[in-house]
Each structure stands twice: as structure tokens, then as C-alpha cells.
Design a protein around this ligand. Structure first.
Ligand SMILES: NCc1[nH]cc(CCC(=O)O)c1CC(=O)O
Length: 308
């Protein structure tokens, strides 16, 4: 066992989904190394993203809200690693951090909750989501829909839906599965709603100079997942995308290559720019170039959404 004097301290947000992902990570490490259950201590860190619930993420500082306090705990030596939903990790991370592992990816698809499918929604439906991507994709399918801001954790959103605040919402299948709510909602095919970059992937970060922890994490890293997610993140880099921007990207592993699809969509759903390519794994420059091509193909109005 690598860490004999004290448990390995795993930092996580406190939402039920984050805690489920932290426990999956702990179990994977315990199984891979034959550790005893007390070899890992789960430390919950509250993030500003969890505290502020009434405004869109994009308006209050973006994805750094989810990582900042976990980063601080890591730098302060209060934790040894942080477990993140890769979807919530900013594209550009400070060099002192290193994404040392990704767990095998879960279902990448979104689920529609509240209606059997988009056609089953009433006329002029009210759909709750705070994801610009989901909002734009819904408007593309249902131009008569009104998108309303919907934040909070998965349980909060399901409660708002049950209270009749909206006709429907969209949630990641991965999150519902990890919360043992797989029976909730209808899976939406990726051809209908291409998912967010990194959707369904859990990443584990540590300090770039922490060799013992990096070595311990290498035992649980899934190469297919990290190659695909790193490629999807390269598209975001090429676009200069933030969470203000309606971007979807999905890389599927095909042997030693990746089949990459990506799109950007205007908020009213009227304009979609799409690209796809088969790329060598690890050819992140090609992923960035695909992101740049998306921008070049966009109208000035859509392109403006990507200018900081
Ligand atoms: N932004 C919140 C968030 N971050 C990751 C997930 C789901 C789990 C995943 O994609 O791995 C969710 C909830 C959702 O989108 O429904």
C-alpha cells in the first residue's frame, strides 16, 4: 500500500451526484490496489457553484465555481486529489493541476424528463434548463418552446418539474444512473441531441508534481474515455468556448481512431454548424482545428457568442 501513514484524502463537492462519483472513485482505487476501505477518506468541500442557485452559471463566473474550492483544498494540502464531473471542469486549467485519471465513461446521452418525446410536449411548452446547448437544441426541435432557467442539483430539478413549474427538463443519463434513478426520463439519441463535451465522464485531478498519487491513479484510468474526452475538450479550446456557448461534441472510439462530431447552435435553434472527422487518438491539434472550422462556418451573430 502506497499510503501507510494516513488515508488518501479524496476531495469532492457535496451534492448527491458528486458524492456518488467520489464513492465510485474510492471503490475503484480500493479494488485496483487491494486496499482496505479505511485507506481512503472522502472530504466534502462546498463550492460557490453549489451555494448560488438563482442565477445562470454563465452569469456568475462559469465553470471555475465548481473547481475553485476543490483546487484550494488541493493546493493547501487538505486533500490529495479532487473528483470532478469532467463536464464541469474549465477547458484551460492551471499547469499545477494534472488530470491523472478518468473512470470508464457512462451513458453520454441526455434524457428528456416530463414527456415521452419532444413531439409529445404540448404546444408552446415551457422547458427548464440552464444549459445553453440544451436550450438551443430544444428550440431547434420545438421552435414553439420557451426555455426557462433551471438550476439546482438533480433532485431539486426533478422536484421543480414535479411541482409543475415546467413541462419538461433535460438531465444527463449518467447522473440519473449514478443516483440510481435510471427509470426517470426518456433517452434522447445523440443524433437528436449531441451531448456536451465530456458528458458522462468522471475525472480525477491531483497536483502535477504529486508522483505517488499520479501513480496510484494510473491504475484506474480508462484510456478510451480520456482520449475521447481530451479530444472533445480540444474542440472547446479551438472554439474559445465557455459555458455561455451552445456547444456539443462527442468522440467515439473506433480502434486506434476517434470519430469526432461537434456542433454549435444559435440560441433560437435556427442555425446549426456541424463538423465531423475521423482522427488519430491524441491528435488534439486536429480537434482544435475542427473547433476553429465550426467558428468559420458560423454567421457573425453566432460567432459573436464565442468572443469573450
Ligand atoms: N452541470 C451539472 C452536471 N455535471 C455533470 C452532470 C451529469 C453527469 C455527467 O455528465 O457525467 C450534471 C447534471 C446534468 O447535466 O444532468
Amino acid at each position: 500500500m502506497l499510503f501507510t501513514d494516513r488515508p488518501l484524502r479524496l476531495g469532492t463537492r457535496g451534492s448527491p451526484l458528486a458524492l456518488a462519483q467520489a464513492r465510485m472513485t474510492a471503490q475503484a482505487l480500493i479494488a485496483a490496489h487491494g486496499w482496505s476501505a479505511d485507506a481512503i477518506e472522502i472530504i466534502t468541500v462546498q463550492t460557490s457553484g453549489d451555494r448560488i442557485q438563482d442565477r445562470a452559471l454563465a452569469d456568475i463566473g462559469g465553470k471555475a465555481l465548481w473547481t475553485k474550492e476543490l483546487d484550494r483544498a488541493l493546493v493547501a494540502g487538505e486533500t490529495d486529489l479532487s473528483v470532478h464531473s469532467m463536464k464541469d471542469v474549465e477547458t484551460l486549467r492551471p499547469d499545477i493541476f494534472h488530470i491523472a485519471a478518468m473512470l470508464p465513461r457512462a451513458d453520454v446521452r441526455d434524457k428528456l424528463v416530463g414527456a415521452a418525446d419532444f413531439d409529445a410536449l404540448p404546444a408552446n411548452p415551457l422547458v427548464g434548463t440552464s444549459s445553453p446547448r440544451r436550450g438551443a437544441q430544444v428550440k431547434r426541435l420545438r421552435p414553439d418552446a420557451t426555455i426557462t432557467l433551471f438550476r439546482g442539483n438533480v433532485a431539486t430539478r426533478l422536484a421543480k418539474l414535479a411541482a409543475g413549474e415546467v413541462h419538461a427538463t433535460l438531465l444527463a443519463a449518467a447522473g440519473l444512473d449514478r443516483l440510481e434513478q435510471s427509470d426517470v426520463g426518456t433517452l434522447v439519441p445523440v443524433d437528436t441531441m449531441l451531448p456536451a463535451p465530456s458528458q458522462g465522464a468522471v475525472g480525477i485531478e491531483t497536483l502535477a508534481d504529486n508522483q505517488p498519487v499520479i501513480a496510484a491513479l494510473s491504475a484506474i484510468s480508462d484510456a478510451d474515455t480520456s482520449d475521447a474526452v481530451m479530444m472533445e475538450r480540444a474542440v472547446l479550446r479551438g472554439l474559445g468556448g465557455t459555458c455561455h456557448s451552445p456547444i456539443a461534441a462527442l468522440a467515439l472510439v473506433e480502434g486506434d481512431r476517434l470519430f469526432l462530431r461537434a456542433e454549435i447552435i444559435s440560441p433560437d435553434g435556427q442555425e446549426t454548424v456541424r463538423e465531423e472527422a475521423r482522427l488519430a487518438r491524441g491528435d488534439l491539434a486536429a480537434g482544435e482545428a475542427l473547433g476553429e472550422r465550426l467558428l468559420r462556418g458560423a454567421s457573425p451573430a453566432l460567432r459573436a457568442l464565442f468572443e469573450a
